[in-house]
Design a protein around this ligand. Sequence first.
Ligand code: ACM
Length: 740
Amino acid sequence: MAGAAIAAPLPVVPLPAQVELSSGRFVLDARTPVRYADPQARAAADEFARLAKTTQGVALVVDAGRTSRAGGIEFRIDPDATAEAEGYSLIVKPHHVVVSAREPRGLFYGAVTLWQLLSTDADGRIAVPALHIQDAPRFTWRGLMLDSARHMQTVDEIKQVLDMMSLHKLNTFHWHLTDDQGWRVEIKRYPRLTEVGGCRIPLTVPGSPPAPEYCGYYTHDQIRDVVAYAASRHITVVPEFDMPGHAQAAVAAYPELGVTGTTPPVSAEWGVHKYLFNVDEPTFEFLENVMAEMIPLFPGTYFHIGGDEAVKDQWKASASVQARMRELGIANEADLQSWFIHRLEKYLSSHGKRLIGWDEILEGGLPAEATVMSWRGIEGGIEAAGEGHDVVMSPSSDLYLDYLQTHSPNEPPGRPAIIPLSQVYAFEPVPAALAADKRHHILGVQANAWTEHMRRFDRVQHALLPRVAALAEVAWTPAARKDWNGFLARLPVQLPRYRALGIGYAKTPFEVRSSVMPTAQTGQVVVTLTNALGYDGIRYTLDGSEPGADSPAYAGPFTARWPVTLRAAVFVDGVALAPAIPHRIDATTWFSRSDEELEMCTGALMLRLEDDGPVTGERAIFNADIFNPCWSWKSAPLAGIGEIVVRAGRIPYNFQLAGDEKSRRFQPAVTEHGELKVSAGCDGPVLASAPLPANADADGFLTLALPITATTQTQDLCVVFTGDTRPAYWVLDRITLLPR
Ligand code: ACM
């Protein structure tokens, strides 16, 4: 079928640097020879065959040697293939496919691209369009950080992350292994780090059963296994040992390393903690001994020393730290941190490693050789690159994957500043503000998955994908070739690949959300359907049935009569991108709101939090502002209402707020355990109020019905729980208005 149209758009993520389409296509089946021309090319050929088997179901046979005149697929190491170490060349002709690269890593990426180009036509034939791709990455640091300290993942799960990274041509796995809430790397010389520091007792609310200890760490053998697996996928593992802050688990294990002389627990709280390492010589001996055990496990160039969020309260308050500062002639705590980092740098460089740290290491000055990971925006990166340091851009504003990705009520727990896919995609790692002669210092880009709110691996996968696909294009594709609409057009093809490979991903960006407005006519609503990514092709049903590709197409807001059960999905090539979740609309719809449907009164620090329920399995999830437990219902229909029913949940209040403590706005309680208060506007009169009990019911919830006196108006309602009820916290689950 000469000249067959190429499946447009090119189904490859990240988009290659150069693509030249030609006519015709290469058709393959189980008889197609797959050859590797030298032993170094074998792994890429095997990977291609493995992927093709998984997604296309074709069992290709891989052999040593060259392809014959009869054709086939050949993988070759060829110094002339590309100029770049990680680049590759892919030439597809109707009878012959050649993937070539200078190095095995480039060849591996070529194999991934060739696999992504496979498509199965209507006759069941597997084909690749004829073309020539010449490809190489924009950046050398294409990173993903996984926090295994707050919540651990199994070695198998980490391998799944590495597999997923390699299919997106990412090459750096930053492994966050130590933190206040857990020490996760075996250090044989200091066994208490994992025996004590590897275990925390999760907080539960008073009155509920104690949670089992949360324990675990990675042995040297497991780490070697992960590192070797990563290497087979051309991924370097960069370990992080966070210093001088985020040290509470280590201090819990060895209190003499700390500043205060007291023994803290391994923290069961999130947020910024105060425990720092002290600056005594025996402590440096400890830090160096730990690094000495870690260094041989991680053969890469870089060693991450953390350096973030080390609030200096303990150093300031400590007579011995202050005495040491005087002895060293150090004027302030920022300079002390700088001195601390310099010592680490000296140690690491004398052991063949380069120091990398979070951007706080800039404070007080940093060693010339240090590399900076810019997370508090890009400013630290600009400053560091301006001073001649290498930089990895990883700003929390754009590349933190613990932030939620849509406004869907189906998002899992997380930080609800929304970082949508489009924002990750739009991130530009080389700031315009950076002088041209400093731009080469931007090594690349990294996204970070902090796991406070990811107790299960499916949560991690939800956080990563599809945003890692966008990250891949930021990291790999030339800036001028980036194209959001083109990316959106290529994304639906990724989803069946993920499913075939068992890679979990967030469905929320692909869902259709419905919003309804009452009309002047009772019983009638106007329905608006949207998709967070703006895909066309929404189809819907109103009778609760599964929509199909032939269901009515959504063309704009429409009127419907309740009761209806609305279900809608985006269809691309006849396939729904995400499940069509039922949305029931009836006469009660206007009189009830869940926490997800309400606003926060002040929105000072909203989180999406889980309740205290079973350690495994499902738990309720709440949107709550941890600085002000107050939910707002704008224009609630109070006419004829005689009772307000509030269902509340109870969750542990496990946050360290450090300097933000003063922002907390808990209203004073009048009774022993505080009150539930509903007022007309947050500053208006109290409409109803009731004392709260000490504890929730056995199911972890509490339902209170508050009578209200007649009102005929639409009102803004504020629902508040008063009192400082730490270590527990009441959170709104649902508010319902009942007629008189
Ligand atoms: C960080 O997010 N504390 C690096």
